[in-house]
Design a protein. Structure first.
Lengths: 328, 308, 324
């Protein structure tokens, strides 16, 4: 194992849901890499498969969903098909996850210290309660929660939304993980808090050297936070690369549409630019490129599934008619 | 400050099954449980026995001329004085248990179902009124319902029977009094939810009369939970009536229900003549269990939250 | 919190008052108890004398006021049949009924919650399905029939347990309780089991539904993401969440259990309040009926109040909302 080994290498990941109405390919051949200390943004609208991707990495996909193919190499070890016990020991320990709604993820009838101490003791049973509590207190302090000693004795509903999410982040960082998966953690919060949390998460990752995957539908968040970005649509990665490159010189028509529909990029007084049409139902995907029905550049050849092509090192796109790489 | 980008809508994961009518889907969902279908078949059989009892019972147990006390307390499959076989034995007066059970089913079912449906009508009316008119009417009706519901059914029945005395009409009255409140609360709950929905507003905008809105628009949508509650309550009415009869407060001897039959046999239990109580008990049991099984499946089928 | 408590108390007093009126009017306005207690050959003066001595010659409303006045001072009339204060009769029998009801409730919880959790965690397994089938049987079977069956199997056929009466008692604080003696326990077993059956089924279904719902919650998923062991998730996270509704329902059901004890007491000849009321109804012993109903109503109100308090203790969200 070399020191420069990427923390996470995902290769051809496939997660399918077997429902009564048919098979839903929520994650269809997704690949990306995250290096230590780097931040990857996973961008897509609701239903693009980004959350399921996050869960698939650590084996938290609930039936009727299942990871049916591909590899998830965490520091060289394949997690797909790994025994449950091995996954349990990694979760919350070397790989941590932050969920979207902290009100629902913290158990309302248990105190904060209980929920933090158990996260420590689950992975190191020899640690006594007092030490675990001290660690919890320090973690709360690091995420900027004032008077952590009192806060530890409180219940989740006594916190505001922003504070709860900070607690969730503190829990994620308790055991100094190598990888943090954050699933839309700021979507439920207002914009000012969002900025603070973004800043703090970024700082913590830089300081500890953890790799971070930030899942969101908000392209502007990615712009200020991530190093690399993957754009997802209908379960596939349609474009990926360094963040500045993708945002300044988008290749895939969907990415172009996404960027173009940000209100600030539109001129005042004119109608907002939108991508025409609606996201397709994952049960009724058109053959070939899933974006075909909404794409201004589509033609007959798009009836074939476009392969993922690498246009330059670290830069991929899945399209037969990518843009030339010029600003839209 | 830039704002979030939203394009398109959430893709659907489960497309509705094309072509099936709501009724057709309901029947096929219901039939997914073989147990429930079996229970339903059993119930139909029981209903048929109860309806045709006077014609198919080997003996009319309440016609004193047909009874011979020398036939009393015979075990199942014994031969009587006139050569007839008593399949399930006889009681102390020589009555054929099988016939007694058939007639008893008749009484138990008619009292239970009759009381339950009357309670349904009353409760539904109260619940709809409360939900539709709201305000003071609602508060008044629901206060009464709450007080009624906070008392266990047996206590309410006891109080009423203590006050009114015995008789088949008093029992039915007691059962109705015990049950109407459940219906009222269920109906009001659903009606309140439905009332806020837009189709009611639309109907009101069309200046349809109150009565029309309530009956043609509100009511049909409140039916599913009502059906579920009804099956459970019919079973409960039958059980309660049996209990009251057993305690000696229920139906008079001339029209015994299964509960009274069981009570009559109680004294013989300790001397080993179990059949006088046992078989009516089994009949009662099967009826109630089947109703509950059907009701359970109905509930699962009609509950939108459990739809996969 | 205080305001809430006072409001509840006032409501309770109002309910008590209304109930007393209903019960009194109902019971006393109908039928004539004198006819039962007197030798049918007695002459008019004798009848009139008895009537006066029992206060039945006064107009109804005056009877009610007398009744209220007495009630407030703790006198709910004298039993027509036994000529002792009705309250005394009832209090004499109350420990027996309470003992039965509380034991039954305990049995229901101790057996029902674990079974329900198992059924909730493994809903499609053979065990899960049989537990659910069992619970349907449990609340479908009329209590009195189960009692008969229990007697038939355990007392008549197997002869293991006695079928009637209460066993030896030991007294605590002046009240007689039988669960402290082995003989008492033997006598308590069948009736308590009988009464517990319905409760058991209810608890199983509640805890199964609660467990199923809890397992779908985000906090369970988050707990798994933290790497917690399955056991901890079930016994700490899920358990605490489902206990809240279960405890409240059971608390409310305690009153119901006490009422339903009537049936069990009749079958097993358990000398409790329930048997007393049935006999009193048959004898038209009105003061006892009224006293019983009043006391039961009172107990209900107290139990409901306590359950509300308990709920706010158990659920931290409610507790703190009220404190604001």
């Amino acid at each position: 194992m070399t020191a420069n080994q990427p923390t996470l290498v995902v290769e051809g990941l496939q997660t399918h849901f077997l429902t009564k109405a048919g098979v839903v390919k929520a994650v269809d051949d997704v690949s990306f890499t995250v290096a230590p200390g780097r931040i990857l943004g996973l961008v897509g609208e609701s239903g693009s498969g980004k959350t399921v991707t996050g869960f698939s990495l650590i084996g938290l996909v609930d039936p009727p969903g299942r990871v049916v193919g591909g590899q998830v190499l965490f520091k060289g070890e394949d997690l797909v098909g790994a025994p449950d016990d091995r996954l349990r020991r990694l979760r919350g320990n070397r790989i941590a996850m932050i969920f979207q709604d902290p009100m629902m993820t913290l158990n309302p009838v248990l105190r904060i210290d209980t929920q933090m101490i158990e996260a420590v003791q689950a992975h190191d049973p020899k640690i006594d309660r007092a030490t675990a509590r001290a660690r919890a207190r320090d973690a709360l302090g690091r995420v900027g929660i004032p008077s952590p000693d009192e806060r530890l004795k409180a219940y989740p509903h006594q916190f505001s939304g922003g504070m709860r999410q900070r607690v969730a982040i503190a829990i994620a960082l308790l055991n100094h993980p190598d990888l943090v998966i954050a699933d839309e953690p700021t979507t439920a919060l207002d914009v000012t808090i969002q900025g603070q949390i973004l800043y703090e998460v970024q700082k913590l990752c830089r300081d500890t050297g953890a790799a971070l995957i930030w899942i969101t539908h908000d392209l502007s968040v990615i712009a200020g936070l991530a190093d690399e970005v993957c754009v997802m649509y209908a379960g596939r990665v349609v474009e990926s690369g360094p963040v500045d490159d993708v945002l300044d010189r988008p290749l895939h028509p969907y990415t172009v549409g996404l960027i173009g529909s940000v209100p600030s990029r539109n001129r005042r007084g004119r109608p907002l630019a939108q991508i025409p049409g609606m996201t397709p139902s994952l049960l009724n995907l058109p053959a070939g490129c899933p974006f075909r029905n909404r794409c201004p550049r589509a033609d007959a050849v798009c009836a074939e599934t476009p392969p993922q092509t690498m246009t330059s090192p670290g830069r991929t796109v899945r399209c037969f008619h990518p843009h030339g790489g010029k600003a839209p | 400050m830039t704002t979030a980008i939203e394009t398109g809508q959430t893709p659907e994961v489960a497309a509705p099954q094309a072509g099936a009518t709501p009724l057709g889907r309901f029947v096929s969902d219901f039939c997914e449980s073989r147990v429930a279908v079996g229970a339903l078949a059993m119930l139909l059989l029981i209903a048929l026995i109860a309806i045709f009892a006077p014609w198919i019972a080997p003996q009319d147990p309440y016609d004193l001329r047909q009874l011979d006390v020398m036939n009393g307390r015979l075990p199942p499959m014994a031969q009587g004085m006139d050569g007839q076989t008593f399949w399930l034995g006889t009681d102390a007066q020589g009555r054929d248990m099988l016939s007694g059970i058939m007639y008893g089913l008749r009484t138990s079912l008619s009292v239970g179902i009759g009381a339950s449906f009357t309670a349904l009508m009353i409760g539904m009316a109260a619940g709809l009124l409360a939900a539709y008119f709201g305000g003071f009417v609602d508060t008044l009706i629901m206060r009464i319902v709450d007080i009624q519901l906070s008392f266990p059914s047996i206590l309410t029945a006891l109080i009423l029977l203590a006050v009114l005395g015995q008789g088949i009409d008093k029992i039915i009255l007691a059962l109705i009094a015990v049950q109407w409140a459940y219906y009222a609360r269920t109906v009001r709950g659903t009606a309140l939810v439905e009332r806020r929905k837009e189709y009611i507003e639309a109907a009101q905008c069309l200046a349809l009369s109150h009565r029309r809105v309530v009956f043609k628009h509100l009511l049909p949508n409140c039916l599913p939970p009502l059906i579920v509650v009804n099956t459970v309550l019919v079973a409960s009415a039958i059980a309660l009536e049996a209990t009251l009869s057993f305690l000696g407060l229920g139906l008079p001897i001339t029209k015994p229900s299964l509960g009274l039959l069981i009570a009559n046999g109680f004294a013989y239990m300790l001397s080993g003549k179990y059949w006088i109580s046992f078989f009516p008990g089994v009949a009662l049991l099967i009826t109630i269990v089947c109703i509950n099984l059907v009701g359970d499946q109905l509930r699962d089928v009609l509950n939108p939250r459990l739809q996969k | 919190m205080l305001v809430y408590l006072i409001r509840r108390l006032l409501q309770s007093v109002a309910v008590l008052f209304v109930m007393s009126l209903l019960v009194f009017v109902g019971v006393f306005a109908i039928g004539d108890p004198v006819e039962i207690l007197i030798n049918p050959e007695a002459d008019q003066t004798e009848i009139a004398r008895v009537r006066t001595s029992l206060g039945l010659d006064l107009p109804l409303w005056r009877q009610y006021l007398v009744f209220l006045a007495n009630a407030v001072s703790g006198d709910l009339g004298h039993s027509f049949a036994f000529s002792v204060p009705a309250i005394e009769l009832i209090f004499e029998r109350m420990p027996a009924t309470l003992e039965l009801a509380v034991t039954a409730t305990f049995m229901g919880v101790l057996i029902g919650v674990p079974l329900g959790m198992v059924a909730g965690l493994m809903p499609d397994s053979r065990i899960g399905k049989s537990i659910m089938a069992g619970s349907i049987l449990g609340f479908s079977l009329p209590t009195f029939w189960v009692g008969l069956m229990l007697i038939m199997v355990f007392a008549v056929q197997l002869g293991w347990l006695p079928s009637t009466g209460r066993g030896e008692t030991r007294s605590i604080f002046g009240l007689e309780f039988s669960f402290l003696t082995l003989d008492g326990l033997r006598h308590l077993a069948l009736p308590a089991l009988n009464l517990a059956l319905f409760k058991l089924s209810l608890t199983i279904r509640l805890s199964r539904a609660g467990t199923r719902e809890a397992m779908l919650q985000d906090y369970v998923k988050f707990a798994r993401a933290k790497g917690l062991a399955g056991k901890r998730i079930i016994f700490v996270h899920v358990f605490k969440n489902i206990m809240i509704p279960i405890v409240t329902v059971l608390g409310l059901e305690l009153g119901s259990t006490i009422a339903f004890a009537v049936v069990t007491e009749t079958i097993f000849a358990w000398p409790g309040m329930g048997k007393l009321i049935i006999d009193s109804i048959n004898r038209l012993d009105r003061p006892v009926i009224v006293a019983y109903l009043m006391i039961i109503v009172f107990m209900f109100i107290v139990i409901n109040l306590l359950v509300d308090l308990l709920y706010s203790v158990l659920d931290p969200r409610v507790r703190l909302a009220e404190a604001k």
